[in-house]
Write a protein that binds this ligand. Sequence first.
Ligand SMILES: Nc1ncnc2c1ncn2[C@@H]1O[C@H](COP(=O)(O)OP(=O)(O)OP(=O)(O)O)[C@@H](O)[C@H]1O
Length: 239
Amino acid sequence: MRNDVLSATGIDCSYGPVQVLFGVDLRVGPGELVGLCGPNGVGKSTLLRVLSGLHRPTAGRVELFGADVTGVSAVRRVRLGLATVVGQAAFGSLSVLDNLRLHGYALRPAQAHAGVDAALAVFPRLAQRAHQPAATLSGGERQMLVLAKALIQRPRLLLVDELSLGLAPIVVGGLLEMLRRLNATGMSVLVVEQSVNVALSLVDRICFMERGAIAAEHRPQDLAARPELVRSLMLGGHA
Ligand SMILES: Nc1ncnc2c1ncn2[C@@H]1O[C@H](COP(=O)(O)OP(=O)(O)OP(=O)(O)O)[C@@H](O)[C@H]1O
């Protein structure tokens, strides 16, 4: 579809001789918040790596904002408006502010400055800790820092891998609220989530992977009264 912000069609992907993605089709529309769930090892993170340009598919096509980016580098995808949030990596001995500044290195100074200010405005908690070494942040604050870094580039599409991993529910609740607010500003978001309950509380549409492909797609409201279906989709083997 022409106005999709992200469209992946027929994606195959392998690690050496082992194929892990089999003809994946996935799309994210403008302003949509889409979840990607499924059992461990089904290929969710691999798909995210393919979408962000970190791993080359063996077949298929990836389009971002209507442009074919299948063979395009991760850096050029960032320039087109894509940001990816994976893990909680930060330079522990550097301050929160320096971590953010470092992330804006590829931007013009004025742009980087404005990007850092905008990111800190989204996360006042980080602004309070701007001069603290990143190593002293809590898990939730570190997750805020990786989200804030992604925001510096002012992305139009945000890919998030495992936002809730290892975090207390109250911390996750705060991060979800942040994602909702960013989405409300018009930013499209694709989240890979291990917790189906977290995903269901957040997204407009949820895609379930099974055996390296998208096996089902639902609106959260359609799943509210179908816990058995949700369980089988999360365990795999339903298709
Ligand atoms: N760098 C790699 N080299 C070889 N195989 C890999 C590599 N990364 C992942 N795999 C394999 O590819 C398959 C898909 O892994 P992937 O991490 O994409 O799944 P996932 O759905 O994100 O899993 P999880 O929910 O546990 O993070 C798994 O069988 C995994 O062992």
